[in-house]
Design a protein around this ligand. Structure first.
Ligand SMILES: Nc1ncnc2c1ncn2[C@@H]1O[C@H](COP(=O)(O)OP(=O)(O)O)[C@@H](O)[C@H]1O
Ligand SMILES: [Mg+2]
Length: 276
């Protein structure tokens, strides 16, 4: 029995009594140190298995990189975690108690899973600080009323976030005038305003300069620990600069998992992905 098999048998969630789970999700229960369990997940699109019996476990506080060739199922996997796509089979748990497959997209976001898409979606005509206030207030329709009501603690958190994402000097700049990298950081800041426990980040450094990539590596590294960060990324230099554990997806399954050295020397990975 491999280490992974042992972990799997330990973590099987099939026996949970689902009727005991109330309509509002319970608090995030991290008693086993795991924040995300995907087990036996399968999704077909017109008979094609985009995700095929996928098992993936993420520890609380880790920074995990997911790599894999185009079409490997990386985005679909994130769609399942965030409730955008429903799998045909399998289970998806957030901590010990929260069954993601029974929740809507907004419920999953409220439970503490934030997602950053590849393209930044900041509000270009609004300033950096307004974008963060909006994210903190949560509800776009009643923005001005809610922003006016942000309390001192929330204001302090906005300041902390500005500091973390390196935009403290740019609060009055319109988001539309920021560089591509700065927009990405602002969007990460907007996610942080919602205080997620798990952050999913899809290709954060696509289109960034080398310096912006370095800064992003620092930022994501500093977020892990108090939060859990899962990064899908193609840029291998970037992955090398932040990676602890790397998971390689291929044809909707985990092909290999390990540290960067193990991954780079794995013949199966070289054959499908790294080799030219
Ligand atoms: N909504 C969809 N309808 C049909 N096929 C899809 C859909 N979403 C993804 N696919 C297919 O599933 C496979 C995995 O896609 P995706 O998750 O986007 O891969 P990756 O992000 O790793 O490049 C691809 O073959 C893709 O064409
Ligand atoms: Mg993708």
């Amino acid at each position: 029995m491999t280490m992974l098999d042992t972990m799997r048998s330990y973590m099987r969630r099939d026996q949970v009594f689902e009727f005991l789970i109330p309509d509002t999700p319970p608090d995030l229960d991290l008693t086993h140190g795991m924040i995300l369990y995907l087990e036996g997940i399968t999704v077909s699109f017109d008979g094609f298995k985009a995700i095929d019996d996928l098992n993936l476990y993420i520890r609380d506080g880790e920074l995990r990189c997911i790599i894999g060739p185009n079409g490997a199922g990386k985005t679909t996997m994130m769609d399942i975690i965030t409730g955008k796509t429903r799998p045909d089979a399998g289970s998806a748990w957030f901590g010990q108690q929260i069954n993601l497959l029974k929740m809507s997209e907004p419920e999953i976001a409220r439970a503490g899973i934030g997602r950053k898409f590849q393209k930044p979606t900041v509000f270009g005509r609004h300033t950096v600080i307004e974008n963060l206030e909006l994210a903190m207030a949560g509800d776009r329709r009643v923005w001005s009323t809610l922003v006016a009501r942000l309390d001192g603690e929330q204001r302090d958190r906005i300041d902390e976030i500005l500091d973390l994402v390196g935009l403290s000097e740019m609060v009055r700049i319109r988001a539309g005038s920021l560089s591509h990298g700065q927009k990405q950081w602002l969007e990460i800041g907007m996610l942080l305003a919602q205080n997620p426990k798990l952050l999913l980040v899809d290709e954060p450094v696509a289109g960034m300069t080398g310096q912006e990539m370095e800064r992003t590596a620092e930022l994501l590294t500093s977020l892990a620990g108090s939060r859990t960060v899962v990064v899908v990324e193609h840029d291998m230099d970037f992955v090398r600069s932040i990676a602890r554990t790397v998971t390689v997806l291929h044809q909707g399954r985990v092909l290999a998992e390990g540290d960067m050295d193990e991954i780079q020397n794995d013949q199966r990975v070289i054959d499908v992905y790294l080799g030219d």
